[in-house]
Design a protein around this ligand. Structure first.
Ligand code: ATP
Length: 209
């Protein structure tokens, strides 16, 4: 469950105040956040992920109010409860696929479940990449690994920033299907931030900033 109230952010005293609409997502609900370039989509995602702290308003994820957490607790909360999907995924280049997923679980303080990792890679159709180094993966395989890294620790919330904008129609659909499927399997909320209108029909819930 996600609740956002009265949220506003200002980068510096010389920049405009970015104001955001109130958002409420029930258990397992998804949201598409649309908006043209520069309106504050990435800022909103960073606020929800606790990578930025707002000067005004409140964000609650489940029972947790982000503003009540110290920086250390916020980092721990993000590591455990949030899965982030970026356009360029943040895999550690010196490790292979399996080691990257193990590291993700280690940082989330979750048990290393080898069967779960294998099952996840199977679901994402990159099982054969398990021992491959990151620079041996194709673009599509890297993208799937990005999704695996975002969900392996079974977060409450999956946040995806422009996951499809550089993809052709076929891969756009594929990546969104994988994200929706993983959100469902993990009983997680999924929030996708984008200016890619092709994915509108896949969401019941959407807001435009
Ligand atoms: N670090 C920063 N310092 C100052 N201003 C910033 C900073 N980052 C972003 N901004 C400004 O805040 C506003 C919102 O930026 P943001 O990146 O959230 O927009 P966006 O909707 O994600 O844009 P895009 O679709 O182009 O990625 C923009 O006017 C941007 O110039």
């Amino acid at each position: 469950m996600i609740q956002i109230r009265n949220l506003a952010y200002q980068y510096t005293s010389h920049t405009q105040i970015l104001e955001f609409p109130d958002i409420e997502l029930g258990a397992h609900e998804h949201l598409l956040v649309l908006g043209k370039s520069g309106v504050g989509k990435t800022t909103l995602l960073h606020l929800i992920a606790g990578l930025l702290r707002s000067q005004q308003g409140e964000i609650s994820i489940g029972e947790t109010k982000l503003s009540a957490l110290s920086s250390r607790k916020l980092d721990q909360f993000r590591g455990k409860e949030i899965g982030l999907v970026f356009q360029n995924n943040h895999a550690i280049r010196s490790l292979n696929v399996f080691e990257n997923l193990k590291a993700r679980l280690f940082f989330a303080k979750k048990p290393i479940d080898i069967e779960r990792i294998q099952h996840l890679l199977h679901q994402l159709d990159i099982e054969e990449c398990i021992a491959k180094k990151i620079n041996q993966l194709s673009e599509g395989q890297l993208q799937r690994l990005g999704i695996a890294l975002a969900v392996v620790h079974q977060p409450q919330l999956i946040l995806a920033d422009e996951p499809t904008s550089s993809l052709d129609d076929k891969n756009c659909e594929l990546v969104m299907q994988l994200l929706l499927e993983q959100a469902k399997n993990n009983h997680a909320n999924l929030m996708v931030i984008t200016h890619d209108h092709r994915i509108k029909p896949m969401f019941n819930n959407l807001i435009t900033l």
